[in-house]
Design a protein around this ligand. Structure first.
Ligand SMILES: N[C@@H](CCOP(=O)(O)O)C(=O)O
Length: 401
């Protein structure tokens, strides 16, 4: 695999064992922990200025501006210039939340309309660098669409296992990208079971399941570098991230750690993860002081992207919020849909229901006194609002609006 100079290999987040990236995707063979890319940070000469390049003149666009702290060089990238998403001021939300500033990191502006594009670009690039011809994953929908899109760009076959409740948009676009799609009756766990049966038989399918490939959360970390740059390296007081499997929040925490350890800033920002009350295994574990999330018995939420009853990154996500001094919050589905409509009405911004879970979670955090009146709060909108237009509109209709 063609790698960047500082990339060392993979370390297990649980037992610390080290592995060569060429050993392939997977969990730690010793303890089953999540593998995480590591770098020789000492060899890197990075500063705030070194990231401030003009993407139009030297070809570093989106997530690839941070290539020195990614495993794959830009020369081997499968890319559609994902990243470089705007950080949009939301003054009315700030007033409503009684904080100084609210900024929405709008990941809906990515190529397939989600945060997942960052990790998909990196994971497909790494798979291509390892010679893969076929990639496979189970998905709630958005990451399946993202992988199908990047696989198409890399001339690879994608095999995606989605539950029947995945959104029409996701399923349609996986088809449009020419992906091989298995629609499995039931919910995410049923799709995972079908995926595991197939992957056990197919050595030629390169697994891109989150936290089986170590590169999905690695792609997500670039959003943290980016938002600090957009804030001129001033730390926000809180970042709220919608969470299903834990990819986003684990990646953001790694970005926060790296930015501090590289000396770009002095501290990390408190990260808060937000889930729906209909499927909140990580919030439950956080509140119980547990190290791992227990499977959620009856998952049922309108936020399909967050309906992950047994999150592969549960442990990593819990560590992420605890090590940054943040927390975890769950919001009710009706509140989440109302929030999506309010954000669209008051700010003009189109947030998907998962993104609206972050805003609804921020309301709950504000009521609980977690924010100060001068605080800058960043909300991650993980997906474009038009992915969930039918859901959000149906709520308006139910309220007779
Ligand atoms: N990526 C999701 C939302 C959050 O999932 P996570 O795995 O990053 O916790 C989406 O499709 O919106």
């Amino acid at each position: 695999m063609q790698t960047t100079d500082a990339f060392n290999g993979l370390d297990c987040l649980d037992c610390g064992a080290s592995f060569d990236a060429a050993d392939g995707p997977g969990r730690c063979p010793d303890c089953g922990g999540v593998l995480d890319p590591t770098y020789d940070y000492e060899s890197l000469d990075l500063s705030r200025e070194s990231f401030a390049r003009d993407p139009l003149t030297d070809g570093h666009a989106g997530i690839w501006r941070y290539a020195p702290v990614l495993p794959v060089p830009q020369s081997a990238a499968v890319t559609m210039d994902e990243g470089s998403t705007p950080l949009v001021e939301a003054p009315r939300l700030a007033e409503e939340l009684e904080v100084g500033r609210v900024l929405v990191k709008d990941e809906g502006r990515n190529p397939t309309g989600t945060f997942d594009d960052r990790g998909a670009a990196l994971a497909v690039s790494a798979a291509a660098a390892q010679g893969a011809t076929d990639v496979a994953l189970p998905s709630t929908g958005n990451d399946g669409q993202a992988i199908a899109s990047y696989a198409a760009r890399a001339d690879m076959e994608s095999h995606t296992f989605v539950p029947s409740r995945a959104s029409f948009v996701n399923k349609a676009m996986i088809n449009v990208h020419g992906g091989d799609m298995y629609v499995v009756d039931g919910r995410l766990d049923d799709a995972i079971e079908a995926y595991e049966d197939v992957i056990a038989e197919r050595d030629d399918y390169h697994p891109l399941r989150a936290f089986v490939t170590p590169y999905r959360h690695e792609g997500a970390k670039t959003a943290y570098y980016e938002l600090l740059e957009q804030l001129d390296w001033e730390l926000p007081d809180a970042v709220v991230c919608p969470t299903g499997d834990g990819v986003g929040v684990t990646g953001l925490a790694k970005g926060a750690r790296e930015c501090r350890d590289l000396g770009l800033v002095e501290e990390t920002t408190p990260l808060y993860l937000a889930q729906s009350e209909g499927c909140a295994p990580i919030v439950e574990a956080f509140e119980a002081g547990a190290e791992t999330a227990e499977p959620w018995e009856y998952p049922d939420t309108v936020c399909g992207a967050l309906e992950v009853p047994n999150p592969a990154g549960g442990r990593a996500a819990l560590r992420a919020v605890r090590e940054t001094g943040g927390g975890a919050v769950a919001a009710d589905d009706q509140d989440i849909m109302d929030t999506a409509a309010t954000v669209a009405l008051h700010e003009g911004l189109e947030a998907g229901v998962a993104g609206a879970a972050a805003a609804a979670g921020a309301w709950a955090l504000s009521r609980a006194g977690e924010f100060g009146t001068d605080d800058t709060v960043v909300l991650l909108n993980t997906a474009a609002g038009n992915k969930d237009a039918d859901l959000i509109r149906s709520r308006l209709m139910a309220k007779g609006m």
